[in-house]
Design a protein around this ligand. Sequence first.
Ligand SMILES: [Fe+2]
Length: 253
Amino acid sequence: MNLVQLRKKNDPIVRNAEKDVDDEGFSPMNPPDPYRPPGSNQAIPYAEMHPLLREYRDDHDALTVEIDAFEAMLTKIKADGVQRETETALSRFFRCLDESLFPHNRREERRLFPLLAQRLVERGECNKTSPPTTAVDLLEDEHDEFLQLAALVFNFFGMASRLRDAESRSLVLATAVQQAEVLVESLRLHIFREDQIVFSLAQKYLSAAELDAIHAMDASHARDGHASDDHDHDHGHRPGHDHGHKHDDHVEA
Ligand SMILES: [Fe+2]
């Protein structure tokens, strides 16, 4: 069972779908496709979203370009091993996570997610746990997992590059690639959920004034240089989380 399958077990988006088994024609033997959860066909188009949400989606589009390149590089590694150019591409991807993805996640978590979670609970769109959990909790958990998985993958590639024994090196490299593929799959699903489901909920349940205020605070936070604080201190997440590598690190073939 990979990370995404594991996550589905406790997935409020999928579980909400499973509540509607009779209505939607799902059954335990026919679980909903995570890329086609009920309601996803009601996604609000990009052009109709608030500029704040469009900015977040633009970040996702830029990240998707990097994910595609990273995935192509994984295929190349499987065929040819780590070469000089794959080493550069690896470093580029991890730098992108540090400089773009993790600060982006922190921006979402700082203001948008808390207000959206509150709205979802008020509307009963939550699991009836104590405290209640919403789709926002799932996304925050995934943000944590990306930090951990990125550290794992980075360290496996680094370890493979230092091993002299060919058999051990190839074993560790295969593990690095396998975990990197899980990271790719998880990032894609996460982006889909935010773009197609959660941002539509934010567009529906938050007022234009609330989204304007978050947008303005985001901009002033960035202007005051706090974005670099995110980068330097918490890698775009709550303090205390450490994804285990330094920015200057690079993978050596
Ligand atoms: Fe995001």
